[in-house]
Design a protein around this ligand. Structure first.
Ligand code: AMP
Length: 193
């Protein structure tokens, strides 16, 4: 089983494609954004802390995010993960490598969805009507999420490029077309549908 990082800016389609990947390949979907939103709904301490950052489109601090991720990722080791929204900083990527190394596992590939910025803005604004996410509803927050991605998250690609694990995918097209490209990469890695 492979451990995959699905990467890309906000609005690139990571959540949508993760659902398709889980349906076709037997991987466990771990989305840090979903876990934070569940904590906000339940009113936990972690949720209250995360909300302050999420509402303005900033990243939740590494320390908090890494600790949460490690406790969640301990649960399904061996099944193969599809990480969605993590790692978002080089420090998170290093922490994930160390965590997996200690468990005798590794990240096998980062699949990066490439979508031009004007299309991202359009998709996120369109999604606001159905997602119920406050961070999709405000154009200033959308722009900040894109800026934070460019400044803090985009460098994570380099981490996996250096390990020869980086795979670029055109994220423009129908959901099925983009999924077909992802499935090709997964199958080339030896993942069975
Ligand atoms: P997402 O659902 O992936 O779009 O994430 C929504 C928000 O949750 C982000 O804008 C961040 O505020 C926070 N978040 C999710 N994943 C991470 C992460 N790996 N590191 C820091 N903050 C995160």
């Amino acid at each position: 089983m492979k451990n995959i990082v699905l990467f890309g800016p906000p609005g690139a389609g990571k959540g949508t494609q993760s659902a398709h990947i889980v349906e076709k390949f037997d991987l466990f979907h771990l989305s840090t954004g979903d876990i934070f939103r569940a904590n906000i709904k339940e009113g936990t301490k972690l949720g209250m802390l995360a909300k302050e950052y999420m509402d303005c489109g900033e990243l939740v601090p590494d320390e908090v995010t890494i600790q949460m991720l490690e406790s969640e990722a301990s649960r399904h080791l061996g099944q193969g993960y599809i990480f969605d929204g993590f790692p978002r900083t080089p420090a998170q990527a290093r922490a994930l490598d160390d965590f997996f190394q200690a468990k005798g596992e590794q990240i096998d590939a980062m699949i990066a969805l490439q979508v031009p910025e004007p299309e991202l803005r359009e998709r996120l604004a369109g999604r606001a009507a159905t997602s119920g996410r406050p961070d999709d509803a405000n154009p200033a927050v959308i722009q900040n999420r894109i800026d934070v991605y460019n400044e803090e998250t985009a460098p994570v690609a380099e981490h996996y490029r250096k390990q020869n694990k980086f795979r670029d995918i055109n994220g423009v097209g129908s959901v099925e077309e983009v999924f077909g490209r992802i499935a090709d990469v997964l199958q080339a890695l030896g993942e069975k549908a």
